[in-house]
Every structure is written in C-alpha cells, then in structure tokens.
Design a protein around this ligand. Sequence first.
Ligand SMILES: [Fe+2]
Length: 335
Amino acid sequence: MKYKLSTLVGATAVAIGLIAGPAMAEDAGIIVYNAQHESLAKEWAEGFTKETGIKVTLRNGGDSDFSNQIVAEGTASPADVFLTENSPAMVLVESAGLFAPVDADTMAQVPQDYQAASGKWVGVAARSTVFAYNTTKLKTDQLPKSLLDLADPSWKGRWAASPSGADFQAIVSALLQLKGQAATADWLKAMKTNFTAYKGNSTVMKAVNAGEIEGGVIYHYYYFGDQAKTGENSKNVALHYFKNQDPGAFVSVSGGGVLASSKHPKEAQAFLKFVTGKGGQEVLKNGTSFEYAVGKGAESNPKLVPLVDLQAPKVDATTLNSKKVTDLMTAAGLL
Ligand SMILES: [Fe+2]
C-alpha cells in the first residue's frame, strides 16, 4: 500500500509540474543537503523562510555520505545547497567542480580564515576540538598536554573517540596537514592500540561521564548542549582545551555552498546570505547548538570559551583531505 501511495504522489507531482511550469519550481523552494546537526539547520531554515517566504526542504545526512552522493549525482543532483559539519566534505565537492561561486556580499560577511579562498564555499559555524574528561578520574595536572600525547603507552586503555564520524576525521585531517603523513600514520597506529571506539561523540561523552573511560576526543558543543538540558550525561565531565596551536586545539569550520547545477540559484544564494548574516549567526548565539558564530562582528554564546582564546593552530580548511584521512585510518585498522 505504501508503495502504491508514493507512486501516486510522485505521478501527481510530475503532472502538476508539467502544468504549472516555472511557478511550481518557485513554490518548491530549495533543497538543502544538510550534514549539520538537524536542529541547527532547522532553525536556520525556519528563520530564512520567515524572512523571505522561500520554502526550504532539508534532507539530513552525514558529511561523507552527502559529499560522495553529490559527486555521484553530479549535475543531476537535486540539491541546491550543501551544508556540512566540517570542511573536508566541502573540499571534496569543490574538487569535483560542482560548486557555483558564493555571492560576494555573502563572502564579505565572513572573515577570510573561515571561507574558501576560491570563493566556492563559506564558513557558517565553527567548533573546537576538546579532551572531555571525567573529573573524578583525572586531575588537571594529569591531562595530556598535546593530542599527540595520547599515542603514548601510558594512555593505553584510557581514552575514547568516535573514529567513524566526520567530526573526528576532520581532526585527523588537521593533524595530517600540520604534522604530515608519516607522523599521522604513526599516531593513528598508536591510537588503535590505546583507544576505545564508540559510535558518536555523545556516546563518547556518556562513557566518560559514567567513568567507563577517563577521557575522550570530541567537539566542545556536546558538553554545552547537555549542560543546557539536564546535564545528566556530563555532570562528571569537564573540558580540557589543548590551546598552544596544538593539533588538538583544531577549530573545524562548518561550510555552506551552492551547487552549480541548482535550478534555484538566487534562492540558494539568499539562503547562504541569511545563514552567514545577522539572523543566521544569532541562531548560533541564542540557540541550542553551542557552536561558534563565524560572521564578522557576530558573537557566540557567552558560555563558550571565546574563539580568539582557543589558540587554534593555523589550518587551511580549503585543503583538508578526507580521502587521504580515511585511507590512513583504514590502514591503521580504525575504519
Ligand atoms: Fe557533531
């Protein structure tokens, strides 16, 4: 029954499309392949629709799935906009030549450090790498000074991560850019020996909170998000920021781009302008995502350690390599 119904709906939609022509395209609004957290993208979409009347359909998935899907679909992709959690997925789509240039006035809303020099995608938010640790298990003087320390045999069996996730893979891509292939391969090999794998950063934090493991490498907002709710999965957790331009102080840029094949380029560009502008960036300050705002003059949630105080290493987000990272992680037995 379900199959028949969807066939019928599909046929009806095609029929209306044929009759209504261009008007139908406008009413349909834009399709966003969204790899950012669903709740954040939903707030952006609703704010944009409220301001412009343009409808947004969100299709939710992950960074690597969607970037590979877009490349596979090529110019036939139904997506108008692609939003990611991390930059490597943007780089993959850009390398395939599938992005249109982002409008100059949108690029002008974001500092150069948070956009592609090519003009093909723009930063929409940012997140910091942290070492989330159990405060009953670790004292501050026992914390790792560097992400690289976690490869030391003394850390065997004591830390966790979610290697299958795009968040952790972005951290590895930064490590690769900063320290090179040989050092990264060595670190990943040691990681395989030392760490415990969990699926998802929230699960890592839960395990840390429960004392199953002493600490984990995740992004900062998982902690703040939980604290803003009941705090039940983070009451025994504190965040350690590596700072000092350490690879573990990597700040990852979430990106937005307009597909060159978009049938609604004006509306798609307007969406990115909204997300990087006052309305979209205020969602980051006032909403529940706890990610950093990146727009010029935009403020982040006051509960966060200010972005400028994170002493993040200088990483070129536009050359982060997702393929090399998954190859190295596969070779190390992590994927
Ligand atoms: Fe995430």
